[in-house]
Design a protein around this ligand. Structure first.
Ligand SMILES: Nc1ncnc2c1ncn2[C@@H]1O[C@H](COP(=O)(O)OP(=O)(O)OP(=O)(O)O)[C@@H](O)[C@H]1O
Length: 574
Protein backbone atom coordinates (compact mmCIF):
# COMPACT_ATOMS: atom_id res chain seq x y z
CA UNK A 1 0.00 0.00 0.00
CA UNK A 2 2.90 2.35 0.76
CA UNK A 3 3.84 2.11 -2.90
CA UNK A 4 0.52 3.72 -3.78
CA UNK A 5 1.05 6.44 -1.20
CA UNK A 6 3.80 7.79 -3.44
CA UNK A 7 0.92 9.38 -5.30
CA UNK A 8 0.50 11.67 -2.26
CA UNK A 9 3.65 13.53 -3.25
CA UNK A 10 1.78 16.47 -4.85
CA UNK A 11 -0.16 16.85 -1.58
CA UNK A 12 2.95 17.02 0.63
CA UNK A 13 2.11 20.49 1.98
CA UNK A 14 -1.45 19.47 2.86
CA UNK A 15 -0.26 16.26 4.52
CA UNK A 16 2.30 18.21 6.61
CA UNK A 17 -0.40 20.72 7.63
CA UNK A 18 -2.77 17.87 8.58
CA UNK A 19 -0.09 16.23 10.75
CA UNK A 20 0.69 19.50 12.55
CA UNK A 21 -2.99 20.35 13.05
CA UNK A 22 -3.81 16.91 14.38
CA UNK A 23 -0.87 17.00 16.79
CA UNK A 24 -2.04 20.39 18.05
CA UNK A 25 -5.57 19.04 18.45
CA UNK A 26 -4.30 16.03 20.42
CA UNK A 27 -2.25 18.31 22.68
CA UNK A 28 -5.34 20.45 23.30
CA UNK A 29 -7.33 17.33 24.15
CA UNK A 30 -4.63 16.18 26.54
CA UNK A 31 -4.42 19.56 28.20
CA UNK A 32 -8.15 19.85 28.97
CA UNK A 33 -8.37 17.29 31.85
CA UNK A 34 -5.37 18.93 33.57
CA UNK A 35 -7.15 22.30 33.37
CA UNK A 36 -10.27 20.68 34.77
CA UNK A 37 -8.36 19.21 37.70
CA UNK A 38 -6.87 22.64 38.41
CA UNK A 39 -10.33 24.25 38.41
CA UNK A 40 -11.66 21.58 40.78
CA UNK A 41 -8.67 21.42 43.13
CA UNK A 42 -7.90 25.15 43.28
CA UNK A 43 -11.12 26.94 42.25
CA UNK A 44 -13.96 24.71 43.50
CA UNK A 45 -12.34 23.34 46.65
CA UNK A 46 -11.11 26.80 47.76
CA UNK A 47 -14.27 28.57 46.47
CA UNK A 48 -12.23 30.95 44.23
CA UNK A 49 -14.87 32.05 41.66
CA UNK A 50 -12.45 34.34 39.81
CA UNK A 51 -10.06 31.38 39.29
CA UNK A 52 -12.94 29.20 38.03
CA UNK A 53 -14.05 31.87 35.53
CA UNK A 54 -10.54 32.61 34.32
CA UNK A 55 -9.58 28.98 33.87
CA UNK A 56 -13.06 28.12 32.53
CA UNK A 57 -12.59 30.70 29.76
CA UNK A 58 -9.10 29.37 29.12
CA UNK A 59 -10.49 25.83 28.85
CA UNK A 60 -13.09 27.02 26.37
CA UNK A 61 -10.39 28.69 24.30
CA UNK A 62 -8.26 25.52 24.26
CA UNK A 63 -11.29 23.39 23.31
CA UNK A 64 -12.24 25.78 20.49
CA UNK A 65 -8.66 25.86 19.26
CA UNK A 66 -8.68 22.05 19.12
CA UNK A 67 -11.96 22.09 17.24
CA UNK A 68 -10.67 24.59 14.69
CA UNK A 69 -7.64 22.35 14.09
CA UNK A 70 -9.91 19.33 13.45
CA UNK A 71 -12.12 21.29 11.07
CA UNK A 72 -9.25 22.59 8.95
CA UNK A 73 -7.51 19.18 9.02
CA UNK A 74 -10.73 17.43 7.94
CA UNK A 75 -11.17 19.82 5.04
CA UNK A 76 -7.58 19.35 3.88
CA UNK A 77 -7.90 15.60 4.34
CA UNK A 78 -11.02 15.28 2.20
CA UNK A 79 -9.34 17.30 -0.53
CA UNK A 80 -6.21 15.16 -0.33
CA UNK A 81 -8.14 11.86 -0.26
CA UNK A 82 -10.39 12.71 -3.22
CA UNK A 83 -7.41 14.06 -5.16
CA UNK A 84 -5.47 10.88 -4.41
CA UNK A 85 -8.44 8.75 -5.56
CA UNK A 86 -8.71 10.74 -8.78
CA UNK A 87 -4.97 10.46 -9.50
CA UNK A 88 -4.93 6.73 -8.80
CA UNK A 89 -7.96 6.10 -11.01
CA UNK A 90 -6.27 8.11 -13.76
CA UNK A 91 -3.01 6.19 -13.35
CA UNK A 92 -4.77 2.84 -13.43
CA UNK A 93 -6.92 3.79 -16.42
CA UNK A 94 -3.93 5.09 -18.38
CA UNK A 95 -1.96 1.96 -17.53
CA UNK A 96 -4.79 -0.37 -18.57
CA UNK A 97 -5.13 1.64 -21.79
CA UNK A 98 -1.64 0.49 -22.76
CA UNK A 99 -2.51 -3.20 -22.31
CA UNK A 100 -2.58 -5.51 -25.27
CA UNK A 101 -5.50 -7.93 -25.49
CA UNK A 102 -3.25 -10.51 -23.80
CA UNK A 103 -3.37 -8.59 -20.53
CA UNK A 104 -7.14 -8.07 -20.72
CA UNK A 105 -7.57 -11.81 -21.23
CA UNK A 106 -5.37 -12.39 -18.16
CA UNK A 107 -7.08 -10.11 -15.59
CA UNK A 108 -10.63 -10.02 -16.93
CA UNK A 109 -12.67 -6.92 -17.69
CA UNK A 110 -14.96 -7.15 -14.63
CA UNK A 111 -12.03 -7.43 -12.29
CA UNK A 112 -10.39 -4.38 -13.86
CA UNK A 113 -13.63 -2.46 -13.28
CA UNK A 114 -13.80 -3.52 -9.60
CA UNK A 115 -10.18 -2.61 -9.10
CA UNK A 116 -10.62 0.83 -10.67
CA UNK A 117 -13.70 1.62 -8.56
CA UNK A 118 -14.23 -0.33 -5.35
CA UNK A 119 -10.60 -1.19 -4.61
CA UNK A 120 -9.50 2.41 -5.08
CA UNK A 121 -12.28 3.55 -2.70
CA UNK A 122 -10.94 1.17 -0.05
CA UNK A 123 -7.45 2.64 -0.29
CA UNK A 124 -8.92 6.15 -0.37
CA UNK A 125 -10.70 5.38 2.91
CA UNK A 126 -7.33 4.81 4.55
CA UNK A 127 -6.28 8.35 3.62
CA UNK A 128 -9.52 9.67 5.10
CA UNK A 129 -8.54 7.78 8.26
CA UNK A 130 -5.18 9.54 8.36
CA UNK A 131 -6.59 11.89 11.01
CA UNK A 132 -6.97 8.92 13.30
CA UNK A 133 -3.52 7.60 12.42
CA UNK A 134 -2.01 10.70 13.95
CA UNK A 135 -4.59 11.38 16.66
CA UNK A 136 -4.90 7.86 18.09
CA UNK A 137 -1.25 7.04 18.95
CA UNK A 138 -0.62 10.60 20.21
CA UNK A 139 -3.64 10.39 22.49
CA UNK A 140 -2.69 6.91 23.64
CA UNK A 141 0.92 7.74 24.53
CA UNK A 142 0.07 11.27 25.76
CA UNK A 143 -2.83 9.89 27.82
CA UNK A 144 -0.60 7.30 29.52
CA UNK A 145 2.08 9.93 30.27
CA UNK A 146 -0.46 12.44 31.65
CA UNK A 147 -2.26 9.78 33.70
CA UNK A 148 1.08 8.63 35.16
CA UNK A 149 1.93 12.27 35.90
CA UNK A 150 -1.37 12.65 37.77
CA UNK A 151 -0.93 9.46 39.78
CA UNK A 152 1.73 6.86 39.01
CA UNK A 153 0.20 4.23 41.33
CA UNK A 154 -3.22 4.43 39.69
CA UNK A 155 -1.58 4.38 36.25
CA UNK A 156 -0.49 0.80 36.92
CA UNK A 157 -4.13 -0.23 36.41
CA UNK A 158 -4.09 1.34 32.94
CA UNK A 159 -0.75 -0.20 32.09
CA UNK A 160 -2.22 -3.61 32.94
CA UNK A 161 -5.41 -3.09 30.88
CA UNK A 162 -3.80 -1.76 27.67
CA UNK A 163 -1.85 -4.95 26.73
CA UNK A 164 -4.99 -7.06 27.31
CA UNK A 165 -6.92 -4.80 24.92
CA UNK A 166 -4.07 -4.90 22.40
CA UNK A 167 -4.05 -8.71 22.55
CA UNK A 168 -7.80 -8.89 21.90
CA UNK A 169 -7.41 -6.60 18.85
CA UNK A 170 -4.48 -8.64 17.52
CA UNK A 171 -6.31 -11.99 17.81
CA UNK A 172 -9.43 -10.66 16.12
CA UNK A 173 -7.46 -9.04 13.30
CA UNK A 174 -5.58 -12.23 12.56
CA UNK A 175 -8.87 -14.03 12.09
CA UNK A 176 -10.36 -11.24 9.99
CA UNK A 177 -7.48 -10.65 7.58
CA UNK A 178 -8.09 -13.54 5.12
CA UNK A 179 -11.78 -12.67 5.07
CA UNK A 180 -11.07 -9.10 3.97
CA UNK A 181 -9.14 -10.42 1.00
CA UNK A 182 -11.95 -12.83 0.19
CA UNK A 183 -14.46 -9.98 0.32
CA UNK A 184 -12.87 -8.16 -2.64
CA UNK A 185 -12.73 -11.36 -4.69
CA UNK A 186 -16.46 -11.88 -4.00
CA UNK A 187 -17.19 -8.37 -5.30
CA UNK A 188 -15.34 -9.37 -8.48
CA UNK A 189 -17.67 -12.37 -8.71
CA UNK A 190 -20.78 -10.19 -8.45
CA UNK A 191 -19.46 -7.81 -11.11
CA UNK A 192 -18.67 -10.70 -13.44
CA UNK A 193 -22.19 -12.13 -13.26
CA UNK A 194 -23.73 -8.68 -13.53
CA UNK A 195 -21.67 -7.74 -16.55
CA UNK A 196 -22.42 -10.99 -18.38
CA UNK A 197 -26.08 -10.67 -17.51
CA UNK A 198 -26.40 -7.13 -18.79
CA UNK A 199 -24.44 -7.61 -21.99
CA UNK A 200 -26.15 -10.89 -22.79
CA UNK A 201 -29.66 -9.88 -21.73
CA UNK A 202 -31.25 -10.56 -25.13
CA UNK A 203 -29.85 -14.07 -25.41
CA UNK A 204 -30.74 -14.82 -21.79
CA UNK A 205 -34.38 -13.77 -22.34
CA UNK A 206 -34.68 -15.46 -25.72
CA UNK A 207 -33.51 -18.73 -24.22
CA UNK A 208 -35.68 -18.30 -21.13
CA UNK A 209 -32.60 -18.43 -18.95
CA UNK A 210 -33.58 -15.53 -16.69
CA UNK A 211 -34.23 -17.87 -13.76
CA UNK A 212 -30.87 -19.57 -14.24
CA UNK A 213 -29.10 -16.19 -14.37
CA UNK A 214 -31.00 -15.04 -11.30
CA UNK A 215 -29.73 -18.10 -9.44
CA UNK A 216 -26.18 -17.40 -10.61
CA UNK A 217 -26.44 -13.84 -9.33
CA UNK A 218 -28.08 -15.05 -6.13
CA UNK A 219 -25.16 -17.42 -5.51
CA UNK A 220 -22.56 -14.70 -6.09
CA UNK A 221 -24.55 -12.27 -3.95
CA UNK A 222 -24.99 -14.83 -1.17
CA UNK A 223 -21.29 -15.67 -1.16
CA UNK A 224 -20.46 -11.99 -0.78
CA UNK A 225 -23.09 -11.51 1.94
CA UNK A 226 -21.91 -14.55 3.89
CA UNK A 227 -18.31 -13.38 3.84
CA UNK A 228 -19.38 -9.85 4.83
CA UNK A 229 -21.46 -11.26 7.70
CA UNK A 230 -18.51 -13.31 8.92
CA UNK A 231 -16.29 -10.23 8.81
CA UNK A 232 -18.88 -8.18 10.67
CA UNK A 233 -19.56 -10.83 13.29
CA UNK A 234 -15.86 -10.84 14.13
CA UNK A 235 -15.93 -7.08 14.39
CA UNK A 236 -19.04 -6.91 16.55
CA UNK A 237 -17.57 -9.27 19.13
CA UNK A 238 -14.59 -6.98 19.40
CA UNK A 239 -16.42 -3.85 20.60
CA UNK A 240 -18.33 -5.36 23.57
CA UNK A 241 -15.24 -7.31 24.59
CA UNK A 242 -13.15 -4.15 24.62
CA UNK A 243 -15.87 -2.26 26.51
CA UNK A 244 -16.04 -5.02 29.11
CA UNK A 245 -12.30 -4.99 29.74
CA UNK A 246 -12.29 -1.20 29.84
CA UNK A 247 -15.23 -0.95 32.25
CA UNK A 248 -13.64 -3.48 34.57
CA UNK A 249 -10.51 -1.33 34.50
CA UNK A 250 -12.65 1.73 35.27
CA UNK A 251 -14.18 0.01 38.32
CA UNK A 252 -10.68 -0.77 39.59
CA UNK A 253 -9.59 2.86 38.96
CA UNK A 254 -12.58 4.26 40.88
CA UNK A 255 -12.15 1.81 43.74
CA UNK A 256 -8.40 2.32 44.08
CA UNK A 257 -8.65 6.07 43.35
CA UNK A 258 -11.22 6.38 46.18
CA UNK A 259 -8.82 4.66 48.58
CA UNK A 260 -5.98 7.02 47.52
CA UNK A 261 -8.18 10.10 48.05
CA UNK A 262 -9.24 8.77 51.47
CA UNK A 263 -5.55 8.40 52.38
CA UNK A 264 -4.82 11.92 51.11
CA UNK A 265 -2.51 10.60 48.40
CA UNK A 266 -4.60 12.11 45.67
CA UNK A 267 -6.91 15.09 45.11
CA UNK A 268 -10.47 14.76 43.77
CA UNK A 269 -9.64 16.93 40.72
CA UNK A 270 -6.73 14.66 39.86
CA UNK A 271 -9.01 11.59 39.95
CA UNK A 272 -11.46 13.37 37.63
CA UNK A 273 -8.60 14.19 35.23
CA UNK A 274 -7.30 10.63 35.53
CA UNK A 275 -10.71 9.23 34.54
CA UNK A 276 -10.78 11.55 31.53
CA UNK A 277 -7.32 10.39 30.49
CA UNK A 278 -8.46 6.78 30.85
CA UNK A 279 -11.42 7.58 28.59
CA UNK A 280 -9.14 9.25 26.05
CA UNK A 281 -6.89 6.19 26.07
CA UNK A 282 -9.92 3.98 25.53
CA UNK A 283 -11.16 6.21 22.74
CA UNK A 284 -7.77 6.15 21.05
CA UNK A 285 -7.78 2.35 21.25
CA UNK A 286 -11.18 2.32 19.57
CA UNK A 287 -9.78 4.53 16.85
CA UNK A 288 -6.82 2.22 16.42
CA UNK A 289 -9.20 -0.70 16.11
CA UNK A 290 -11.02 1.13 13.33
CA UNK A 291 -7.67 1.69 11.63
CA UNK A 292 -6.78 -1.97 12.02
CA UNK A 293 -10.16 -2.87 10.57
CA UNK A 294 -9.62 -0.70 7.52
CA UNK A 295 -6.00 -1.55 6.87
CA UNK A 296 -6.27 -5.27 6.03
CA UNK A 297 -9.07 -4.63 3.57
CA UNK A 298 -7.26 -1.68 2.04
CA UNK A 299 -4.03 -3.69 1.90
CA UNK A 300 -5.86 -6.42 0.01
CA UNK A 301 -7.24 -3.77 -2.35
CA UNK A 302 -3.86 -2.09 -2.76
CA UNK A 303 -2.32 -5.45 -3.69
CA UNK A 304 -4.99 -5.93 -6.35
CA UNK A 305 -4.34 -2.44 -7.74
CA UNK A 306 -0.57 -2.95 -7.68
CA UNK A 307 -1.02 -6.26 -9.47
CA UNK A 308 -2.57 -4.40 -12.41
CA UNK A 309 0.01 -1.61 -12.26
CA UNK A 310 2.84 -4.16 -12.23
CA UNK A 311 1.69 -5.77 -15.46
CA UNK A 312 3.81 -4.52 -18.31
CA UNK A 313 2.07 -4.55 -21.63
CA UNK A 314 3.64 -7.10 -23.91
CA UNK A 315 3.16 -4.70 -26.78
CA UNK A 316 5.22 -1.52 -26.76
CA UNK A 317 6.17 1.21 -29.11
CA UNK A 318 9.60 0.81 -30.65
CA UNK A 319 12.19 2.89 -28.76
CA UNK A 320 13.04 4.95 -31.85
CA UNK A 321 10.15 4.23 -34.18
CA UNK A 322 10.75 4.07 -37.92
CA UNK A 323 8.76 6.40 -40.19
CA UNK A 324 6.73 5.07 -43.06
CA UNK A 325 7.04 6.99 -46.30
CA UNK A 326 4.29 7.45 -48.84
CA UNK A 327 0.58 7.05 -48.49
CA UNK A 328 0.22 3.71 -50.26
CA UNK A 329 0.96 0.73 -48.07
CA UNK A 330 1.95 -2.78 -49.01
CA UNK A 331 1.15 -5.32 -46.30
CA UNK A 332 3.32 -8.40 -46.07
CA UNK A 333 2.93 -11.40 -43.75
CA UNK A 334 6.28 -13.21 -43.56
CA UNK A 335 6.12 -16.72 -42.14
CA UNK A 336 3.90 -15.65 -39.22
CA UNK A 337 3.09 -18.15 -36.46
CA UNK A 338 0.99 -17.28 -33.42
CA UNK A 339 -0.60 -19.03 -30.44
CA UNK A 340 -3.00 -17.48 -27.96
CA UNK A 341 -1.65 -17.60 -24.41
CA UNK A 342 -2.40 -20.96 -22.86
CA UNK A 343 -3.61 -22.48 -26.15
CA UNK A 344 -2.24 -25.91 -27.06
CA UNK A 345 -2.25 -25.36 -30.81
CA UNK A 346 -1.06 -22.27 -32.68
CA UNK A 347 -3.99 -20.32 -34.14
CA UNK A 348 -1.82 -19.50 -37.17
CA UNK A 349 1.04 -21.49 -38.72
CA UNK A 350 3.66 -20.07 -41.07
CA UNK A 351 1.45 -17.53 -42.81
CA UNK A 352 3.03 -15.71 -45.75
CA UNK A 353 1.22 -13.53 -48.27
CA UNK A 354 1.23 -9.98 -49.56
CA UNK A 355 -1.60 -7.50 -49.90
CA UNK A 356 -0.85 -4.84 -52.52
CA UNK A 357 -2.09 -1.26 -52.57
CA UNK A 358 -4.96 -0.72 -54.97
CA UNK A 359 -5.92 -4.37 -54.68
CA UNK A 360 -8.51 -6.35 -52.79
CA UNK A 361 -7.05 -9.23 -50.79
CA UNK A 362 -9.72 -11.49 -49.39
CA UNK A 363 -9.27 -13.98 -46.56
CA UNK A 364 -11.66 -16.89 -46.52
CA UNK A 365 -11.91 -20.01 -44.41
CA UNK A 366 -14.18 -21.92 -42.09
CA UNK A 367 -15.07 -20.68 -38.63
CA UNK A 368 -12.12 -20.76 -36.28
CA UNK A 369 -9.64 -20.98 -39.16
CA UNK A 370 -7.76 -17.91 -37.89
CA UNK A 371 -9.11 -15.06 -40.05
CA UNK A 372 -9.80 -12.64 -37.19
CA UNK A 373 -6.52 -13.63 -35.55
CA UNK A 374 -4.71 -12.56 -38.72
CA UNK A 375 -6.29 -9.10 -38.48
CA UNK A 376 -5.57 -8.92 -34.73
CA UNK A 377 -1.89 -9.42 -35.52
CA UNK A 378 -1.86 -6.75 -38.21
CA UNK A 379 -3.36 -4.26 -35.75
CA UNK A 380 -0.86 -5.42 -33.09
CA UNK A 381 -3.59 -6.38 -30.63
CA UNK A 382 -1.26 -9.34 -30.17
CA UNK A 383 2.32 -9.91 -31.36
CA UNK A 384 3.29 -12.86 -33.53
CA UNK A 385 5.41 -15.58 -31.88
CA UNK A 386 7.64 -15.83 -34.92
CA UNK A 387 7.87 -14.31 -38.36
CA UNK A 388 6.87 -10.73 -38.99
CA UNK A 389 4.36 -8.46 -40.61
CA UNK A 390 5.78 -5.61 -42.65
CA UNK A 391 4.33 -2.41 -44.07
CA UNK A 392 6.25 -1.22 -47.14
CA UNK A 393 9.08 -3.51 -46.04
CA UNK A 394 9.30 -2.18 -42.44
CA UNK A 395 8.35 -4.62 -39.67
CA UNK A 396 5.35 -3.35 -37.69
CA UNK A 397 7.22 -3.74 -34.40
CA UNK A 398 9.63 -1.06 -35.60
CA UNK A 399 6.76 1.42 -36.03
CA UNK A 400 4.96 3.37 -33.35
CA UNK A 401 1.56 1.88 -32.53
CA UNK A 402 -0.03 5.19 -33.40
CA UNK A 403 1.50 5.38 -36.86
CA UNK A 404 0.66 1.71 -37.53
CA UNK A 405 -2.95 1.96 -36.44
CA UNK A 406 -3.26 5.43 -37.97
CA UNK A 407 -2.84 3.82 -41.40
CA UNK A 408 -5.61 1.32 -40.85
CA UNK A 409 -9.36 1.71 -41.13
CA UNK A 410 -10.65 -1.21 -39.10
CA UNK A 411 -14.19 -2.49 -39.29
CA UNK A 412 -14.60 -5.22 -36.68
CA UNK A 413 -16.71 -8.33 -36.96
CA UNK A 414 -19.12 -7.05 -34.34
CA UNK A 415 -19.93 -3.37 -34.84
CA UNK A 416 -19.01 -1.40 -31.73
CA UNK A 417 -20.43 2.10 -31.35
CA UNK A 418 -20.16 4.51 -28.46
CA UNK A 419 -22.68 6.60 -26.61
CA UNK A 420 -22.82 10.06 -28.18
CA UNK A 421 -24.22 11.27 -31.49
CA UNK A 422 -24.06 9.73 -34.96
CA UNK A 423 -21.50 12.37 -35.94
CA UNK A 424 -19.29 11.83 -32.87
CA UNK A 425 -19.20 8.15 -33.82
CA UNK A 426 -18.39 8.87 -37.45
CA UNK A 427 -15.61 11.26 -36.42
CA UNK A 428 -14.27 8.77 -33.87
CA UNK A 429 -11.15 7.99 -35.89
CA UNK A 430 -10.72 11.44 -37.43
CA UNK A 431 -11.93 14.33 -35.35
CA UNK A 432 -10.80 16.74 -38.05
CA UNK A 433 -13.19 15.30 -40.67
CA UNK A 434 -15.29 18.11 -42.15
CA UNK A 435 -19.08 17.93 -42.37
CA UNK A 436 -18.82 17.12 -46.11
CA UNK A 437 -16.24 14.38 -45.53
CA UNK A 438 -18.40 12.84 -42.85
CA UNK A 439 -21.53 12.92 -45.03
CA UNK A 440 -19.53 11.54 -47.95
CA UNK A 441 -18.27 8.63 -45.82
CA UNK A 442 -21.83 7.94 -44.65
CA UNK A 443 -22.97 8.00 -48.29
CA UNK A 444 -20.31 5.49 -49.40
CA UNK A 445 -21.26 3.21 -46.50
CA UNK A 446 -24.95 3.44 -47.59
CA UNK A 447 -25.78 4.98 -44.24
CA UNK A 448 -26.93 8.43 -45.39
CA UNK A 449 -30.52 7.50 -46.00
CA UNK A 450 -31.25 6.11 -42.56
CA UNK A 451 -29.21 8.78 -40.76
CA UNK A 452 -31.10 11.53 -42.53
CA UNK A 453 -34.38 9.86 -41.68
CA UNK A 454 -33.46 10.01 -38.00
CA UNK A 455 -35.09 12.83 -36.06
CA UNK A 456 -31.97 14.88 -35.53
CA UNK A 457 -29.95 13.54 -38.47
CA UNK A 458 -26.22 13.44 -37.73
CA UNK A 459 -26.82 14.95 -34.28
CA UNK A 460 -29.13 12.07 -33.30
CA UNK A 461 -28.07 10.48 -30.05
CA UNK A 462 -26.81 6.90 -30.00
CA UNK A 463 -27.37 4.74 -26.98
CA UNK A 464 -24.40 2.99 -25.38
CA UNK A 465 -23.22 0.36 -27.85
CA UNK A 466 -25.64 1.71 -30.47
CA UNK A 467 -28.52 -0.36 -29.15
CA UNK A 468 -31.07 1.96 -30.77
CA UNK A 469 -29.92 0.83 -34.24
CA UNK A 470 -30.36 -2.34 -36.25
CA UNK A 471 -27.43 -4.71 -36.80
CA UNK A 472 -27.07 -3.61 -40.44
CA UNK A 473 -27.25 0.08 -39.51
CA UNK A 474 -24.55 -0.40 -36.89
CA UNK A 475 -22.36 -2.16 -39.45
CA UNK A 476 -22.80 0.65 -41.97
CA UNK A 477 -21.93 3.27 -39.36
CA UNK A 478 -18.85 1.37 -38.39
CA UNK A 479 -17.84 1.15 -42.07
CA UNK A 480 -18.46 4.92 -42.47
CA UNK A 481 -16.33 5.53 -39.36
CA UNK A 482 -13.40 3.71 -41.00
CA UNK A 483 -13.94 5.55 -44.31
CA UNK A 484 -13.99 8.97 -42.60
CA UNK A 485 -10.45 8.21 -41.49
CA UNK A 486 -9.22 7.94 -45.12
CA UNK A 487 -6.67 5.28 -44.24
CA UNK A 488 -4.32 3.56 -46.64
CA UNK A 489 -5.23 0.07 -45.41
CA UNK A 490 -8.78 -1.14 -44.86
CA UNK A 491 -9.48 -4.15 -42.70
CA UNK A 492 -13.02 -5.45 -43.06
CA UNK A 493 -13.46 -8.36 -40.69
CA UNK A 494 -16.58 -10.03 -41.98
CA UNK A 495 -18.16 -6.60 -41.92
CA UNK A 496 -20.88 -7.05 -44.51
CA UNK A 497 -22.61 -10.01 -42.92
CA UNK A 498 -25.59 -8.03 -41.57
CA UNK A 499 -26.32 -6.32 -44.91
CA UNK A 500 -28.90 -7.47 -47.41
CA UNK A 501 -27.65 -8.37 -50.90
CA UNK A 502 -28.84 -5.11 -52.47
CA UNK A 503 -27.18 -2.86 -49.89
CA UNK A 504 -24.08 -5.07 -49.93
CA UNK A 505 -23.75 -4.70 -53.72
CA UNK A 506 -24.31 -0.93 -53.63
CA UNK A 507 -21.84 -0.52 -50.80
CA UNK A 508 -19.14 -2.52 -52.56
CA UNK A 509 -19.55 -0.53 -55.77
CA UNK A 510 -19.27 2.74 -53.85
CA UNK A 511 -16.31 1.42 -51.88
CA UNK A 512 -14.46 0.42 -55.03
CA UNK A 513 -14.51 3.98 -56.35
CA UNK A 514 -13.56 5.37 -52.96
CA UNK A 515 -10.67 3.09 -52.11
CA UNK A 516 -8.80 2.81 -55.41
CA UNK A 517 -5.34 3.44 -53.94
CA UNK A 518 -5.96 1.62 -50.69
CA UNK A 519 -4.89 -1.86 -49.62
CA UNK A 520 -8.10 -3.73 -48.92
CA UNK A 521 -8.09 -6.74 -46.63
CA UNK A 522 -11.51 -8.34 -46.54
CA UNK A 523 -12.33 -11.26 -44.30
CA UNK A 524 -15.38 -13.03 -45.61
CA UNK A 525 -17.57 -16.02 -45.00
CA UNK A 526 -19.53 -15.79 -48.26
CA UNK A 527 -17.63 -16.67 -51.44
CA UNK A 528 -20.03 -14.58 -53.54
CA UNK A 529 -18.75 -11.43 -51.87
CA UNK A 530 -15.07 -11.96 -52.68
CA UNK A 531 -15.10 -13.73 -56.02
CA UNK A 532 -13.79 -10.59 -57.74
CA UNK A 533 -10.92 -10.05 -55.33
CA UNK A 534 -7.44 -9.65 -56.83
CA UNK A 535 -6.15 -12.23 -54.42
CA UNK A 536 -7.90 -14.75 -52.18
CA UNK A 537 -6.05 -16.32 -49.26
CA UNK A 538 -7.69 -19.57 -48.16
CA UNK A 539 -7.17 -20.47 -44.51
CA UNK A 540 -7.74 -23.90 -43.08
CA UNK A 541 -7.14 -24.58 -39.39
CA UNK A 542 -4.61 -21.77 -39.14
CA UNK A 543 -2.65 -22.76 -42.26
CA UNK A 544 -2.72 -21.36 -45.77
CA UNK A 545 -4.48 -23.83 -48.02
CA UNK A 546 -4.12 -21.75 -51.17
CA UNK A 547 -3.55 -18.27 -52.58
CA UNK A 548 -4.79 -16.98 -55.91
CA UNK A 549 -7.73 -15.56 -57.81
CA UNK A 550 -11.09 -17.28 -57.78
CA UNK A 551 -10.47 -19.11 -61.05
CA UNK A 552 -6.94 -20.13 -60.06
CA UNK A 553 -8.10 -21.51 -56.75
CA UNK A 554 -10.98 -23.36 -58.41
CA UNK A 555 -8.31 -25.24 -60.31
CA UNK A 556 -5.73 -25.72 -57.62
CA UNK A 557 -7.23 -25.57 -54.12
CA UNK A 558 -9.45 -28.36 -52.81
CA UNK A 559 -10.38 -26.52 -49.61
CA UNK A 560 -11.54 -23.54 -51.65
CA UNK A 561 -13.49 -25.80 -54.02
CA UNK A 562 -15.22 -27.35 -51.02
CA UNK A 563 -16.18 -23.97 -49.63
CA UNK A 564 -17.46 -22.88 -53.03
CA UNK A 565 -19.37 -26.10 -53.52
CA UNK A 566 -21.07 -25.69 -50.19
CA UNK A 567 -22.16 -22.13 -50.95
CA UNK A 568 -22.73 -21.57 -54.66
CA UNK A 569 -24.63 -23.32 -57.39
CA UNK A 570 -22.38 -24.64 -60.20
CA UNK A 571 -23.53 -21.88 -62.47
CA UNK A 572 -22.50 -19.15 -60.07
CA UNK A 573 -19.11 -20.66 -59.35
CA UNK A 574 -18.05 -20.99 -62.98
N1 LIG B 1 -8.72 -14.59 -27.17
C1 LIG B 1 -8.50 -15.86 -27.51
N2 LIG B 1 -7.88 -16.70 -26.65
C2 LIG B 1 -7.63 -17.98 -26.97
N3 LIG B 1 -7.98 -18.53 -28.15
C3 LIG B 1 -8.60 -17.76 -29.06
C4 LIG B 1 -8.90 -16.39 -28.79
N4 LIG B 1 -9.51 -15.88 -29.88
C5 LIG B 1 -9.60 -16.88 -30.78
N5 LIG B 1 -9.06 -18.01 -30.31
C6 LIG B 1 -8.93 -19.30 -31.01
O1 LIG B 1 -8.14 -19.09 -32.18
C7 LIG B 1 -8.67 -19.77 -33.30
C8 LIG B 1 -8.91 -18.82 -34.48
O2 LIG B 1 -9.91 -17.89 -34.12
P1 LIG B 1 -10.37 -16.70 -35.07
O3 LIG B 1 -11.29 -15.85 -34.29
O4 LIG B 1 -9.17 -16.09 -35.67
O5 LIG B 1 -11.18 -17.49 -36.19
P2 LIG B 1 -12.00 -16.93 -37.40
O6 LIG B 1 -11.49 -17.63 -38.60
O7 LIG B 1 -12.01 -15.46 -37.42
O8 LIG B 1 -13.44 -17.49 -37.04
P3 LIG B 1 -14.88 -16.87 -37.35
O9 LIG B 1 -15.08 -16.89 -38.80
O10 LIG B 1 -15.79 -17.82 -36.64
O11 LIG B 1 -14.88 -15.51 -36.76
C9 LIG B 1 -9.94 -20.47 -32.83
O12 LIG B 1 -9.62 -21.81 -32.61
C10 LIG B 1 -10.26 -19.80 -31.52
O13 LIG B 1 -10.81 -20.73 -30.62
Amino acid sequence: MFKLFRLLRPYQASVAAIIILMLLQSLAQLYLPTLLSDIVDTGVVKGDVGYILRFGAYMLLVAMGGMACVMVASYLLSRTATGFGRDLRRKLFTHVESFSLNEFDKIGTSSIITRTTNDISQVQQVIVMMRMFIGAPTMLIGGVIMATYKDAHLALVLIAVIPILALVIAVIMRTGMPLFKALQVKIDGINLVLREHLTGIRVIRAFNRSEHEKKKFETANQEFTQTAIRVNSIMVTMMPLMMLIFNLGMVVILWYGGIRIDNNHMEIGDLMAFIQYAMQIMFSMFMMTMIFMMIPRATASAARINEVLAIESTIHDASSPAKLQGKETRVEFRDVTFSYPGAEQPALHNISFTAEPGEVTAIIGGTGSGKTTLMNLLLRFYDADSGEIALNGTGIRALSLESLRGRIGYVPQKAVLFSGSVSSNLRFGNEEASEEEMIHAAGTAQAREFIEEMKEGYASPLAQGGTNLSGGQKQRLSIARALARKPSIYVFDDSFSALDFKTDAKLRAALKAETEQATMLIVAQRVSTIMDANKIVVLDEGRIAGIGTHSELMRTCDVYKEIVASQLSEEESA
